[in-house]
Ligand binder design. Structure first.
Ligand SMILES: Nc1ncnc2c1ncn2[C@@H]1O[C@H](COP(=O)(O)OP(=O)(O)OP(=O)(O)O)[C@@H](O)[C@H]1O
Ligand SMILES: Cc1cn([C@H]2C[C@H](O)[C@@H](COP(=O)(O)O)O2)c(=O)[nH]c1=O
Length: 216
Protein backbone atom coordinates (compact mmCIF):
# COMPACT_ATOMS: atom_id res chain seq x y z
CA UNK A 1 0.00 0.00 0.00
CA UNK A 2 1.30 3.51 -0.91
CA UNK A 3 1.79 5.61 2.21
CA UNK A 4 -0.47 8.64 1.95
CA UNK A 5 1.55 11.84 2.03
CA UNK A 6 -1.36 13.80 0.62
CA UNK A 7 -4.66 13.29 2.44
CA UNK A 8 -7.91 15.11 1.69
CA UNK A 9 -11.11 15.35 3.70
CA UNK A 10 -14.43 15.69 1.92
CA UNK A 11 -18.10 15.86 2.77
CA UNK A 12 -21.31 17.80 2.44
CA UNK A 13 -21.95 20.90 4.56
CA UNK A 14 -21.58 20.40 8.31
CA UNK A 15 -20.18 16.86 8.01
CA UNK A 16 -17.57 17.63 10.68
CA UNK A 17 -14.39 17.89 8.58
CA UNK A 18 -12.94 20.85 10.45
CA UNK A 19 -13.72 19.25 13.81
CA UNK A 20 -12.13 15.88 13.05
CA UNK A 21 -9.11 17.33 11.21
CA UNK A 22 -8.14 19.44 14.25
CA UNK A 23 -8.17 16.35 16.47
CA UNK A 24 -6.44 13.98 14.06
CA UNK A 25 -3.48 16.18 13.07
CA UNK A 26 -1.31 15.34 16.12
CA UNK A 27 -2.01 11.63 15.47
CA UNK A 28 -0.86 11.98 11.86
CA UNK A 29 2.34 13.69 13.00
CA UNK A 30 3.01 10.92 15.52
CA UNK A 31 2.26 8.15 13.05
CA UNK A 32 4.17 9.51 10.10
CA UNK A 33 7.03 11.17 12.00
CA UNK A 34 6.73 13.98 9.48
CA UNK A 35 5.63 17.61 9.80
CA UNK A 36 2.04 18.06 8.68
CA UNK A 37 0.82 20.97 6.58
CA UNK A 38 -2.89 21.70 7.07
CA UNK A 39 -4.49 23.54 4.19
CA UNK A 40 -7.93 23.99 2.65
CA UNK A 41 -9.88 24.64 -0.53
CA UNK A 42 -10.83 26.99 -1.83
CA UNK A 43 -7.75 28.63 -0.32
CA UNK A 44 -4.38 27.58 1.01
CA UNK A 45 -2.38 30.65 -0.05
CA UNK A 46 -2.94 34.37 -0.55
CA UNK A 47 -4.26 34.26 -4.13
CA UNK A 48 -6.43 31.19 -3.56
CA UNK A 49 -7.86 32.75 -0.37
CA UNK A 50 -8.65 35.91 -2.36
CA UNK A 51 -10.56 33.76 -4.86
CA UNK A 52 -12.35 32.08 -1.91
CA UNK A 53 -13.56 35.51 -0.78
CA UNK A 54 -14.67 36.35 -4.33
CA UNK A 55 -16.71 33.15 -4.45
CA UNK A 56 -18.63 34.24 -1.34
CA UNK A 57 -19.93 37.41 -3.00
CA UNK A 58 -23.67 37.25 -3.63
CA UNK A 59 -24.44 38.86 -7.00
CA UNK A 60 -27.66 39.55 -8.86
CA UNK A 61 -27.88 37.74 -11.22
CA UNK A 62 -25.99 34.89 -9.55
CA UNK A 63 -22.57 33.87 -10.85
CA UNK A 64 -22.65 31.53 -13.88
CA UNK A 65 -21.94 27.93 -12.86
CA UNK A 66 -19.00 27.54 -15.27
CA UNK A 67 -17.47 30.78 -13.99
CA UNK A 68 -17.66 29.17 -10.55
CA UNK A 69 -15.83 26.08 -11.90
CA UNK A 70 -13.10 28.23 -13.50
CA UNK A 71 -12.56 30.32 -10.35
CA UNK A 72 -12.33 27.17 -8.24
CA UNK A 73 -9.94 25.59 -10.74
CA UNK A 74 -7.80 28.75 -10.75
CA UNK A 75 -7.62 28.73 -6.95
CA UNK A 76 -6.77 25.01 -7.05
CA UNK A 77 -3.95 25.65 -9.52
CA UNK A 78 -2.43 28.23 -7.15
CA UNK A 79 -2.90 25.80 -4.27
CA UNK A 80 -1.12 22.98 -6.12
CA UNK A 81 1.77 25.11 -7.38
CA UNK A 82 2.40 27.41 -4.41
CA UNK A 83 1.44 25.20 -1.48
CA UNK A 84 0.92 21.48 -2.05
CA UNK A 85 3.84 20.56 -4.33
CA UNK A 86 6.46 22.55 -2.37
CA UNK A 87 5.26 21.00 0.91
CA UNK A 88 5.36 17.46 -0.48
CA UNK A 89 8.80 18.13 -1.91
CA UNK A 90 9.98 19.37 1.50
CA UNK A 91 8.88 16.07 3.06
CA UNK A 92 5.65 17.22 4.71
CA UNK A 93 2.40 15.32 4.89
CA UNK A 94 -0.28 17.55 3.34
CA UNK A 95 -3.80 17.46 4.79
CA UNK A 96 -6.37 19.39 2.79
CA UNK A 97 -9.87 20.28 3.93
CA UNK A 98 -11.50 19.67 0.48
CA UNK A 99 -9.82 19.22 -2.92
CA UNK A 100 -10.86 18.19 -6.44
CA UNK A 101 -13.70 15.88 -5.30
CA UNK A 102 -15.52 18.98 -3.99
CA UNK A 103 -15.65 20.44 -7.51
CA UNK A 104 -16.84 17.11 -8.91
CA UNK A 105 -19.56 16.80 -6.26
CA UNK A 106 -20.69 20.45 -5.95
CA UNK A 107 -20.25 21.76 -9.49
CA UNK A 108 -20.38 18.46 -11.42
CA UNK A 109 -23.22 16.99 -9.36
CA UNK A 110 -24.91 19.80 -7.42
CA UNK A 111 -24.91 22.30 -10.29
CA UNK A 112 -25.56 19.51 -12.80
CA UNK A 113 -22.56 20.34 -15.03
CA UNK A 114 -21.41 16.72 -15.18
CA UNK A 115 -18.50 15.15 -13.35
CA UNK A 116 -16.52 14.36 -16.51
CA UNK A 117 -16.60 17.93 -17.86
CA UNK A 118 -15.61 19.40 -14.50
CA UNK A 119 -12.82 16.82 -14.25
CA UNK A 120 -11.53 17.88 -17.70
CA UNK A 121 -11.24 21.53 -16.68
CA UNK A 122 -9.48 20.47 -13.50
CA UNK A 123 -7.02 18.22 -15.32
CA UNK A 124 -5.09 21.42 -16.12
CA UNK A 125 -5.41 22.73 -12.56
CA UNK A 126 -3.95 19.67 -10.86
CA UNK A 127 -1.15 18.85 -13.31
CA UNK A 128 2.39 18.71 -11.90
CA UNK A 129 4.35 20.90 -14.37
CA UNK A 130 7.49 18.77 -13.96
CA UNK A 131 6.00 15.31 -14.49
CA UNK A 132 2.75 16.07 -16.30
CA UNK A 133 1.04 13.77 -13.76
CA UNK A 134 -2.11 14.64 -11.84
CA UNK A 135 -1.48 15.73 -8.24
CA UNK A 136 -4.05 13.71 -6.31
CA UNK A 137 -4.42 12.63 -2.68
CA UNK A 138 -3.45 9.02 -2.07
CA UNK A 139 -6.14 8.94 0.63
CA UNK A 140 -9.47 10.78 0.84
CA UNK A 141 -11.63 10.55 3.93
CA UNK A 142 -15.25 11.15 3.01
CA UNK A 143 -17.49 12.08 5.94
CA UNK A 144 -20.97 11.04 4.97
CA UNK A 145 -24.24 12.13 6.53
CA UNK A 146 -27.79 12.99 5.42
CA UNK A 147 -27.76 16.55 4.10
CA UNK A 148 -30.53 17.78 6.39
CA UNK A 149 -28.48 16.72 9.41
CA UNK A 150 -25.37 18.55 8.20
CA UNK A 151 -27.30 21.71 7.38
CA UNK A 152 -29.05 21.62 10.75
CA UNK A 153 -25.64 21.44 12.45
CA UNK A 154 -24.32 24.52 10.69
CA UNK A 155 -27.51 26.58 10.86
CA UNK A 156 -27.80 25.78 14.58
CA UNK A 157 -24.18 26.34 15.50
CA UNK A 158 -22.68 29.07 13.31
CA UNK A 159 -25.27 31.37 11.79
CA UNK A 160 -22.57 34.07 11.48
CA UNK A 161 -20.70 32.00 8.90
CA UNK A 162 -23.52 30.80 6.62
CA UNK A 163 -22.34 31.38 3.03
CA UNK A 164 -23.68 31.35 -0.54
CA UNK A 165 -23.39 27.58 -1.05
CA UNK A 166 -24.78 26.71 2.40
CA UNK A 167 -27.97 28.44 1.32
CA UNK A 168 -28.54 26.32 -1.78
CA UNK A 169 -31.66 24.11 -1.84
CA UNK A 170 -31.90 20.71 -0.15
CA UNK A 171 -32.15 19.20 -3.65
CA UNK A 172 -28.77 20.76 -4.56
CA UNK A 173 -27.12 19.37 -1.43
CA UNK A 174 -28.71 15.96 -2.02
CA UNK A 175 -27.15 15.87 -5.51
CA UNK A 176 -23.80 16.79 -3.92
CA UNK A 177 -24.08 13.89 -1.47
CA UNK A 178 -25.13 11.41 -4.16
CA UNK A 179 -22.13 12.48 -6.28
CA UNK A 180 -19.78 11.92 -3.34
CA UNK A 181 -21.26 8.46 -2.78
CA UNK A 182 -20.79 7.64 -6.48
CA UNK A 183 -17.18 8.88 -6.35
CA UNK A 184 -16.53 6.74 -3.27
CA UNK A 185 -17.97 3.70 -5.01
CA UNK A 186 -15.87 4.33 -8.15
CA UNK A 187 -12.62 4.94 -6.20
CA UNK A 188 -12.70 2.44 -3.34
CA UNK A 189 -8.93 2.35 -2.87
CA UNK A 190 -8.56 6.12 -2.45
CA UNK A 191 -11.86 7.25 -0.94
CA UNK A 192 -12.85 5.85 2.45
CA UNK A 193 -16.37 6.59 3.69
CA UNK A 194 -16.91 7.33 7.37
CA UNK A 195 -20.36 7.50 8.96
CA UNK A 196 -20.46 11.12 10.14
CA UNK A 197 -23.76 10.74 11.99
CA UNK A 198 -21.80 9.07 14.80
CA UNK A 199 -20.51 10.95 17.85
CA UNK A 200 -17.45 13.16 17.36
CA UNK A 201 -15.41 10.62 19.36
CA UNK A 202 -16.45 7.67 17.18
CA UNK A 203 -15.88 9.60 13.95
CA UNK A 204 -12.38 10.46 15.18
CA UNK A 205 -11.72 6.83 16.12
CA UNK A 206 -12.78 5.64 12.62
CA UNK A 207 -10.67 8.28 10.89
CA UNK A 208 -7.63 7.43 13.02
CA UNK A 209 -8.05 3.73 12.20
CA UNK A 210 -8.15 4.42 8.44
CA UNK A 211 -5.04 6.60 8.56
CA UNK A 212 -3.17 4.12 10.77
CA UNK A 213 -4.01 1.28 8.39
CA UNK A 214 -2.64 3.36 5.55
CA UNK A 215 0.67 4.00 7.30
CA UNK A 216 1.25 0.59 8.83
N1 LIG B 1 -20.00 13.99 14.96
C1 LIG B 1 -20.62 15.12 15.24
N2 LIG B 1 -21.81 15.11 15.90
C2 LIG B 1 -22.47 16.26 16.18
N3 LIG B 1 -22.04 17.50 15.83
C3 LIG B 1 -20.88 17.58 15.18
C4 LIG B 1 -20.11 16.41 14.84
N4 LIG B 1 -19.00 16.81 14.18
C5 LIG B 1 -19.06 18.16 14.10
N5 LIG B 1 -20.18 18.62 14.73
C6 LIG B 1 -20.61 20.02 14.82
O1 LIG B 1 -21.18 20.38 13.57
C7 LIG B 1 -20.79 21.71 13.22
C8 LIG B 1 -20.06 21.66 11.86
O2 LIG B 1 -18.83 20.98 12.04
P1 LIG B 1 -17.55 21.35 11.19
O3 LIG B 1 -17.40 22.84 11.10
O4 LIG B 1 -16.43 20.54 11.71
O5 LIG B 1 -18.02 20.77 9.78
P2 LIG B 1 -17.40 20.99 8.33
O6 LIG B 1 -17.53 19.70 7.64
O7 LIG B 1 -16.04 21.58 8.45
O8 LIG B 1 -18.43 22.02 7.72
P3 LIG B 1 -18.32 22.93 6.40
O9 LIG B 1 -17.54 22.20 5.36
O10 LIG B 1 -19.72 23.13 6.02
O11 LIG B 1 -17.62 24.18 6.87
C9 LIG B 1 -19.92 22.23 14.35
O12 LIG B 1 -20.73 23.00 15.20
C10 LIG B 1 -19.44 20.97 15.05
O13 LIG B 1 -19.21 21.15 16.45
C1 LIG C 1 -13.21 23.29 -2.97
C2 LIG C 1 -14.65 23.53 -3.32
C3 LIG C 1 -15.53 24.02 -2.39
N1 LIG C 1 -16.82 24.23 -2.73
C4 LIG C 1 -17.74 24.75 -1.71
C5 LIG C 1 -18.12 23.79 -0.62
C6 LIG C 1 -18.41 24.68 0.56
O1 LIG C 1 -19.74 25.13 0.45
C7 LIG C 1 -17.48 25.86 0.33
C8 LIG C 1 -16.19 25.72 1.13
O2 LIG C 1 -16.44 26.00 2.42
P1 LIG C 1 -16.07 25.10 3.69
O3 LIG C 1 -17.28 25.28 4.54
O4 LIG C 1 -14.88 25.75 4.25
O5 LIG C 1 -15.82 23.70 3.32
O6 LIG C 1 -17.14 25.85 -1.05
C9 LIG C 1 -17.27 23.97 -4.01
O7 LIG C 1 -18.45 24.19 -4.31
N2 LIG C 1 -16.41 23.46 -4.91
C10 LIG C 1 -15.11 23.24 -4.63
O8 LIG C 1 -14.33 22.79 -5.53
Amino acid sequence: MTKANFISFEGPEGAGKTTVIQSVLPEIEKLTQKPVLLTREPGGNAMAEAIRNLLKVQTEPAIDSWTEVFLLAASRREHVIQTILPALKAGHVVVSDRYLDSSLAYQGGGRGLGLEKVQKINDFAIMDPKTGQAVMPELTIYLDLPVAEGLERIFKNRTDKIDRLDQESLAFHEKVRQSYLALAEDNPKRIKRVDATQSKEKVLEDVKAIIAKNWR
